[in-house]
Design a binder for this molecule. Structure first.
Ligand SMILES: NC(=O)c1ccc[n+]([C@@H]2O[C@H](COP(=O)([O-])OP(=O)(O)OC[C@H]3O[C@@H](n4cnc5c(N)ncnc54)[C@H](OP(=O)(O)O)[C@@H]3O)[C@@H](O)[C@H]2O)c1
Length: 329
């Protein structure tokens, strides 16, 4: 496993992190035994960065991570595992509407209470990184939630502060980076969604902001394992994400990438991760991992040789501006 600076911060993060959404829920059946084994294996392979959220099974993902960290400590492991979690806004529109008030969606009493819950679920007294789970550019001129988080940081309850981009308007966090409000940004950047290369990634580098790349596989599609016949369980959010003609359109595009990878030596999942890591602003990429085989396959990508520039540039042609898919067509 190779390690990179986390922006201007002292911590060196593993190139491959552990995306812990699916182990919390919303991805169909998931046995905790598989999740625990997967996380242990990833950490054994040198992964030192785990991304989770309050919303991943209402604390289930965080509790599993807390359990693994306690088991490893009890086994006498001396390691520094960095856990990033997220606080969602109070109930309401997701992403927040332009008319929502930051003081109502992220009020101070709520942020304090939610932080206490995160600490309890993870079984710790200080969070390494707390990210606001979504944002709107409507709040950029007066980002009061981050003023409150900086206070909580001074009180010693949080190490670093971050934001996860709203899918439909990822560039909305650029002003937060320039204003020094965030230590890290979590962004969708993959072979289909290349827009962050226009500005966001460069600004992160200029400002020393850590970059966590999520959804590098486009929710599994860029592993190349889906066909037009793939069916998702009713309790797997992908039954909506890939509904209608979305799956078939995605498969056609994925096959074009597979064609470009012939004779390169890379499998599709390897190329999907290596391409992301080719951008120097990226600190860590956090593929979702559900079992030991995925932990091994994904962690192993870090030690493969860097993707040749020629191939990185060739794969840029797969950029796909398809807008925001989560909320339906
Ligand atoms: N708004 C936000 O802040 C936000 C939103 C989304 C994600 N995230 C974070 O980013 C992480 C990554 O995104 P994601 O999990 O949504 O999607 P992803 O990384 O694009 O896809 C992950 C899924 O691909 C499959 N997979 C993983 N490795 C594989 C391999 N080597 N070969 C074949 N299949 C493989 C697994 O699902 P199957 O085995 O079921 O196919 C896995 O759950 C999340 O876990 C979460 O921590 C944050």
């Amino acid at each position: 496993m190779q390690y990179r600076p986390f922006g201007k911060h002292a911590f060196k993060c593993s190139e491959i992190g552990f995306g812990a959404w699916a182990i919390g829920g919303a991805w169909g059946a998931q046995a905790d035994t598989d999740s625990l084994a997967a996380l242990h294996r990833a950490l054994d392979l040198g992964c030192n960065f785990v991304d989770t959220a309050a919303g991943y099974g209402n604390g289930r993902s965080e509790r599993l991570i807390g359990q693994v960290l306690r088991e490893r400590q009890a086994a006498g492991r001396k390691e520094n595992i960095f856990v990033a979690t997220k606080t969602p806004p109070t109930a309401g529109q997701w992403p927040p509407s332009p008319y929502d008030r930051a003081e109502e969606r992220y009020p101070e009493a709520y942020l304090r209470a939610n932080l206490a819950e995160r600490l309890a679920c993870l079984g710790t007294d200080k969070l390494d990184l707390l990210q606001l789970h979504t944002w709107t550019r409507a709040w950029n001129r007066n980002p009061t939630p981050f003023k409150i988080l900086r206070e909580l940081q001074k009180e010693g309850k949080i190490g670093l502060i971050g934001v996860s981009t709203p899918e439909h308007d990822q560039n909305s966090v650029i002003d937060l980076m320039r204003g020094g409000w965030v230590d890290s940004v979590q962004v969708i950047y993959n072979l289909f969604e290349q827009e962050p290369a226009a500005e966001l990634l460069d600004v992160a580098q200029e400002c020393g902001v850590g970059i966590i790349v999520r959804v590098a596989f486009d929710e599994g599609a860029l592993t190349g394992k889906f066909t037009v016949l793939t069916k998702f369980a009713h309790d797997d959010f992908r039954s909506a994400y890939f509904s209608g003609d979305r799956l078939s359109r995605t498969v056609v595009r994925t096959e074009k990438i597979r064609h470009d990878l012939e004779h390169t030596g890379y499998t599709l999942p390897q190329a999907a991760l290596k391409w992301v890591l080719a951008h120097p602003a990226v600190s860590t990429v956090i593929p979702g991992i559900r079992n030991v085989a995925q932990a091994e396959a994904n962690c192993g990508v870090s030690d493969l040789p860097a993707m040749p520039t020629e191939l990185v540039e060739k794969l840029r042609r797969h950029n796909w501006r398809r807008a925001f898919w989560y909320g339906g067509k």
